[in-house]
Design a protein around this ligand. Structure first.
Ligand SMILES: [Zn+2]
Ligand SMILES: [Zn+2]
Length: 288
C-alpha cells in the first residue's frame, strides 16, 4: 500500500492537528513521506464571496486571502516549521500547497511571485470556486442556483479544470469531480466534459489524485469510476490522497480506493516499478 500522502491540511489553516501531530501519525504508520498542502486561495474578491460569512462563523476563514502578500505571510511560518521538523526526523517532509487556480493573467503573475518566495516542493491544482460576473460560487452556492445556472456554472467548472491542468503550474490535480459533493455533475451528459478534461490532463503531463475524502459523504473517491476509466485509457498517472484534515484521517480508505482503481484499469504510482515521489521530484525540481 502507498506509504505517503501529499494532500493534507493542518491547524492554522483548516485542519485540526498541528504539523507535529500529523507527522507523529505518519511515523507510526511507517510512512516514507508526508506532504503538507494547506489551502492557497487568493482572489481580490474572495472575502465578498457568499461562503466567506460561513467560513468566519466556522473559524476557517484564514484559508482565504485577498492578496498574495497576505497568503505568503500565512505560509512563511508554516514552511519554517516544516524546515525545523525536517531536521528532527528521518521521514521526508514536503512543502506543498493546494492551490485554487484562477485564469486571470494578474493571478498568474502574483502566483509566480509567490513561488519564488516560498519555493514549495510541489503544487496541487484545484478549483473550489467558479468565477462568474465578479462572484465566486462554491459548491453550495452552485447547489442553490437555478438549474440553468447550475449547468452553466458546471461547464465553467470543467473549463477551469482544463485551464488549471494546462497551465503547467501543477504536479497533481485534486478531486476532479468535486461538484458531486453537492450531488451535481453525476449524469451521463457530463461524460463529454470529463473526457475533454482527461485529454487536457494527458497532454499536460499532470498527475491525478484519487482523493479518499469523499467517503465521508458517499462511498466512492473523487474521481468517480467513470472518470477513472477515462484516466486509465489515457494512461494518466494517479496516486492516492487522503486530503486529511486531521491526523486520524491519514491513509483513510487507501486500500478500498486502490482496489476500485484496479478494477477501473488504473495502476497506482506507488508500485515499486513506478515510484511516485521520484518522478514528482524531477518535475518539481525542474521548475526552479
Ligand atoms: Zn480541496
Ligand atoms: Zn484539500
Amino acid at each position: 500500500m502507498q506509504r505517503f500522502s501529499l494532500h493534507t491540511h493542518t491547524s492554522g489553516f483548516d485542519g485540526e492537528n498541528t504539523e507535529e501531530e500529523m507527522l507523529q501519525q505518519a511515523v507510526s504508520f511507517g510512512w516514507t513521506h508526508l506532504g503538507f498542502s494547506n489551502h492557497f486561495i487568493v482572489h481580490p474578491h474572495i472575502k465578498d464571496a457568499p461562503m466567506y460569512q460561513y467560513a468566519l462563523k466556522g473559524g476557517y476563514h484564514n484559508i482565504y486571502s485577498s492578496s498574495f502578500d497576505e497568503a505568503i505571510a500565512k505560509f512563511a511560518p508554516h514552511y519554517q516549521k516544516i524546515d525545523d521538523l525536517r531536521r528532527q526526523t528521518g521521514l521526508k517532509i514536503l512543502k506543498g500547497m493546494e492551490v485554487d487556480f484562477f485564469a486571470a493573467p494578474e493571478w498568474r503573475k502574483g502566483f509566480e511571485h509567490t513561488l519564488n518566495i516560498l519555493k514549495p516542493d510541489y503544487l496541487i491544482g484545484s478549483a473550489h470556486f467558479i468565477e462568474y460576473k465578479d462572484t465566486l460560487y462554491n459548491s453550495h452556492d452552485v447547489k442553490n442556483a437555478s438549474v440553468i445556472e447550475q449547468n452553466m456554472l458546471l461547464h465553467r467548472y470543467w473549463q477551469n479544470e482544463r485551464a488549471a491542468a494546462s497551465s503547467g503550474l501543477f504536479d497533481i490535480m485534486a478531486h476532479l469531480d468535486l461538484m458531486k459533493k453537492v450531488g451535481l455533475g453525476l449524469e451521463e451528459k457530463w461524460l463529454e466534459e470529463e473526457q475533454k478534461t482527461v485529454t487536457a490532463i494527458r497532454k499536460s503531463g499532470v498527475k491525478v489524485e484519487l482523493n479518499t475524502s469523499y467517503f465521508k459523504f458517499g462511498n466512492e473517491p473523487y474521481p468517480s469510476p467513470r472518470i477513472m476509466r477515462l484516466l486509465a485509457a489515457a494512461k494518466v498517472p494517479v496516486l492516492l490522497s487522503d486530503d486529511a484534515h486531521a491526523a486520524a484521517q491519514l491513509g483513510g480508505h487507501f486500500a478500498q480506493t486502490a482496489e476500485l482503481a484496479h478494477t477501473c484499469g488504473l495502476s497506482l504510482q506507488n508500485e515499486p516499478r513506478y515510484p511516485a515521489t521520484a518522478l514528482f521530484f524531477q518535475t518539481s525540481q525542474k521548475r526552479y
